[in-house]
Design a protein around this ligand. Sequence first.
Ligand SMILES: NC(=O)c1ccc[n+]([C@@H]2O[C@H](COP(=O)([O-])OP(=O)(O)OC[C@H]3O[C@@H](n4cnc5c(N)ncnc54)[C@H](OP(=O)(O)O)[C@@H]3O)[C@@H](O)[C@H]2O)c1
Length: 363
Amino acid sequence: MNRVLVTGADGYLGSRIVASCLADQRDVIAWIHARNPIELEHRSHALKERLGGDLECAGGDLLDPDAFSTIDRLGISAIVHAAAVTRFNVDRRAARRVNVAGTSAAAALAQRCPRLERFVFLGSAFAAGLLEGSIEEGPLAPDGFANNYEWSKWKSEQVLQEDHAELPWTVLRAATVIADDESGACGQLNVVHDTLRLLYQGLLSVIPGEPSVPVCLVTADMVAQAAVRLLEGPFVGRFVNACAPVESCPTLDTLLTVAMDSFQACPEFRRRRIQRPPFCRRDAFELLVQGLRRHGGSLSEQVAGSLAPFAPQLFLRKQFVARRVSMLTGRAFPDMAALLSRLCERMLATGACGNRAGVRAIA
Ligand SMILES: NC(=O)c1ccc[n+]([C@@H]2O[C@H](COP(=O)([O-])OP(=O)(O)OC[C@H]3O[C@@H](n4cnc5c(N)ncnc54)[C@H](OP(=O)(O)O)[C@@H]3O)[C@@H](O)[C@H]2O)c1
């Protein structure tokens, strides 16, 4: 039997990868984060309800050295390792234990699967850390990172290269996911959506970043599709930058313009006469964050906690080389600026900006 084990299987991308595998008539073991049997039962039930199908679930905690001990290794032909702590403000210890040691554990499991053909690691474009310029689809050597999450995703790549060179691995480096797909729907809110929400509320007095910096984005369905195509065998021992090629990346300035224009369509936003915040320098933003942290308050912590660990990236001109992902998916990237506009409309329509949900958002 050829089974695909997906870790982080009920997470945002993991569940989409499981769904794509099922749609491809593949047998799946959905490995779910669970600290005890009751949590496993509860989360397995929820995932089966969502995805339907004949889905085998297993689970554990990557903090547990025996996390994969109950897995029947004989039938596994591929592993997609998507489990990770994904908060940009994760502390170093958790980043090391869950993300780095967790990748080691998943790779060690792969080594012990006698029929294993593929190991796909869901990495991050931010494994490039503070690098600028061309980011190739190859090994990276950044000389610093904006946060522990970035470091852990880079370090996990190192683990595969140095300790598991003989495994048939591929690193799929996903950029920031802006939406589920071209519709602009979004099942998981991340730093992009948090920033949009703060913008809508008029709570961002400044935006950190260089206006002309290209912002590297991707949709969840592109990542999931690429991950499943990798199971067929291409790019062993290679890296795939899962992001729009640089010529299709909107700049930070364009994204801010699109967001503000989209919000202008909402009467509630217009009524409050919220102005477009100016861009500020990195040192000025750091001063602001320090001040917010000193004076506390849950709102200021939201700004500091969500945008601050990511902000250094908005000053770095990265140009991702991304030839392989379109080869895998066989389709072009959507226009990201138009997609952002649809995303803003959707967020308004569902009340995700903190606007009055249910009220007709678009004038
Ligand atoms: N979404 C993006 O924009 C993006 C971009 C680039 C790369 N990625 C990468 O893609 C992968 C999936 O991300 P995602 O967006 O789907 O995130 P997600 O929704 O947070 O999924 C991550 C999954 O990992 C699980 N997990 C966390 N700690 C664990 C532990 N100690 N043991 C076992 N499982 C654990 C989570 O469980 P809990 O729900 O219990 O925490 C969750 O199910 C990650 O490796 C991430 O680094 C994502």
